[in-house]
Design a protein around this ligand. Structure first.
Ligand code: FE2
Length: 421
């Protein structure tokens, strides 16, 4: 009897949570995982020995702004480091946006991300400009990369829905053009009432166009910024639940505990998702504080402890809000462990989960399309690490990235030689 043939067989893989347990082999045929077992007897056209390293589902970047990526310093650097100076600078930079400009930077960033194991990305596209150049560019990129990367695009009214006339219509047009989700920024609207009305409008549009929702919510240190409760209330009343995401929610870190406790119960009922962006918010927030200085990150640990779905994002890679950024999700998880004080072993593992499976849940990818199981699409990464803890502590290279059954990227880690004294 002839031996079974596969396109790729990965030998001696350590799956997440396997600890010291035996490794497994993974066989891939075409674009699907077809076998996972301690020893696969067939042969792959390509055989890769993973040598007991960690094999994980791909990283998920649940929150980034690809339209502004790689523009840091254009036309000037953000000297105050605040969100509001960032919005001003972007207001100047976006006057010169062209389709080519947006697409070139977005693709460059996506390649940087994919090389580091990210195969699912949710990007916001600023839809406050009458030409909708950023949105059009990202929709074209979504199509261009679809064979190796899943990109979701959120129609994001950066300047508010009611901040200037016409923005509401632009947002609706963006949904009509094919954006995957409706965005918003209620805390940046002119008044609290406008903010509440913007949330109502977002839910109305999401229902009309059958879209997901991802709102920049309470990204401010103002403890009176309380749009999260409004978002949660609409999620409960409309039944939109897990199709809704509240991004940033940094003001939650400043709420008094009595209110935060009450709010937590409402959030549990709502089943909405949360995205924290610890790299950027540790630098953007707290700028008006002297000392003690707030951390400016939402209550990640408490949300996770209460069973809510929390994922982590980069938010920005070299743009007016954050001039740093590498596209490496282990950097994001590493910062979350520190800023959110999630140093217990199960907490570190939770942070790894927040850049993988929880991100997949936020993106509503569905159980059938994410994870390492027979019958699922062959999307996986190999880390030069033996556990989540090891991966987050050392942030090693992603050795192999397999997307839709093909080897998309490969990194050979640098070698250090200690020569002694
Ligand atoms: Fe953002």
């Amino acid at each position: 009897m002839s031996e079974q043939k596969y396109s790729i067989v990965l030998r001696e893989c350590r799956l997440l949570g396997a600890g010291d347990r035996a490794t497994v082999d993974i066989a891939i045929d075409d674009d699907t995982i077809v076998a996972v077992s301690p020893r696969i007897s067939g042969l792959g056209e390509r055989e890769i020995n993973i040598e007991g390293n960690l094999v994980s589902p791909p990283f998920v970047e649940s929150h980034i702004h690809l339209d502004s990526a790689l523009t840091a310093g254009e036309p000037r650097w953000n000297q105050s480091g605040t969100l509001f100076e960032g919005i001003q600078i972007w207001g100047e930079r976006k006057q010169g946006l062209t389709l080519d400009d947006v697409k070139k930077r977005a693709i460059e960033t996506l390649k940087l991300q994919a090389s580091q194991g990210i195969l699912f990305v949710r990007s916001h596209a600023d839809v406050s400009e009458p030409t909708l150049t950023a949105l059009q560019g990202l929709l074209e990129v979504r199509e261009q990369v679809k064979d190796w990367m899943t990109l979701q695009v959120v129609a994001f009214p950066q300047d508010g829905i009611y901040g200037s006339s016409g923005n509401d219509q632009l947002l609706e047009k963006a949904l009509d053009m094919g954006a995957d989700a409706v965005g918003g920024i209620p805390h940046y609207e002119l008044t609290r009432e406008d903010g509440v009305q913007s949330v109502e409008r977002i839910f109305e549009l999401a229902e009309k166009y059958n879209k997901l929702i991802d709102i920049h919510c309470d990204e401010i240190d103002d403890e009176q910024s309380r749009f999260l409760e409004v978002v949660a209330a609409y999620a409960i009343r409309t039944g939109a639940g897990s199709r809704v995401t509240a991004s940033h929610t940094t003001a939650f870190g400043s709420y008094n505990n009595a209110y935060a406790f009450k709010l937590m119960g409402i959030l549990q009922k709502s089943r909405i998702n949360f995205i924290a962006n610890p790299l950027i918010n540790i630098t953007l927030q707290g700028r008006a504080d002297t000392y003690p200085k707030r951390r400016g990150v939402t209550r990640v640990k408490e949300l996770w402890q209460h069973g809510l779905n929390v994922s982590l994002g980069h938010d920005c890679v070299q743009d007016p809000w954050y001039s740093l950024g590498t596209g490496n999700m282990l950097d994001v998880a590493h910062m979350a462990v520190h800023v959110c004080q999630m140093t217990g072993m199960s907490e570190i593992e939770a942070c790894f989960n927040m850049v993988t499976a929880s991100g997949a849940k936020t993106l509503n990818l569905g159980d059938k399309s994410y994870g390492i199981d027979v019958g699922k699409p062959a999307n996986l990464i190999v880390l030069d690490a033996d556990s989540c803890y090891d991966a987050i502590r050392r942030r090693p290279a992603v050795r192999y990235v397999i997307s839709r059954g093909k080897l998309l990227a490969e990194t050979v880690p640098g070698k250090n030689c200690f020569h002694g004294v």
